[in-house]
Design a protein around this ligand. Sequence first.
Ligand code: FMN
Length: 217
Amino acid sequence: MKILLVSSSPHKEKSQTYLLAQEVLKGCPDSVKPEIIHLCDYTIGFCRHCEECHKKILHCSIADSMPGIINKMLGADGIILASPNYINQVTASMKALFDRTNHFIHCKRLLGKYVVGVVSSGSGQDKDVLDYIRYYSHTCAAQYSGGVSSRVPISDKKKKEALKLGKSLSKNIKNKRLFPEQMKIIEAGKEHFKKIMEMRKNLWIEEYRYWKDKGWL
Ligand SMILES: Cc1cc2nc3c(=O)[nH]c(=O)nc-3n(C[C@H](O)[C@H](O)[C@H](O)COP(=O)(O)O)c2cc1C
């Protein structure tokens, strides 16, 4: 079972969000050797909407750290997305990462994977941030295995909640659990993009072929 933790706090190991995410990892079986990415160690440019990645899958006009991160995401069974609350949103670095994975949305590339959201803040008003991480998961077709958020300092109660989330994440991955309500959202997203793929088939050549190869068209 491959678990990837993507943490977007610039405080790295001293980050409260990372501390909470570590509890999620502790809930995973000992055999899991998680891969950890601190986004501040990478260079992630802003998406230019050149559509290169739709024409030629995983191609991009920006030369930076994204190919490595994308490969790690595609290779993971479970992805923990951990971000501090920055003005009731994920950090700009996390948003830049989301934008640069636009192809994941078009081709539902996180299908069969599981995402957990982790957020910390000064106020504890984190619903919008967790909701956004859940939205991102669904739009890429991942099952959202739950989220945990906490105001700082992080309490033992919150740590326990995070640990439980890690346990359910690994169980859901192992059992390939599908959440019926989430599947409805994912299917609706696919229906939406099915029409777009047909309309853009002469432009987004490789993404169209991907859909064809999957038997979705
Ligand atoms: C640019 C910026 C915006 C922030 N916006 C909010 C906010 O809207 N609400 C809030 O409760 N905390 C806000 N905070 C505080 C952080 O969310 C909080 O300190 C968080 O626990 C930091 O996590 P970290 O230790 O993982 O970096 C903000 C911090 C920064 C730097």
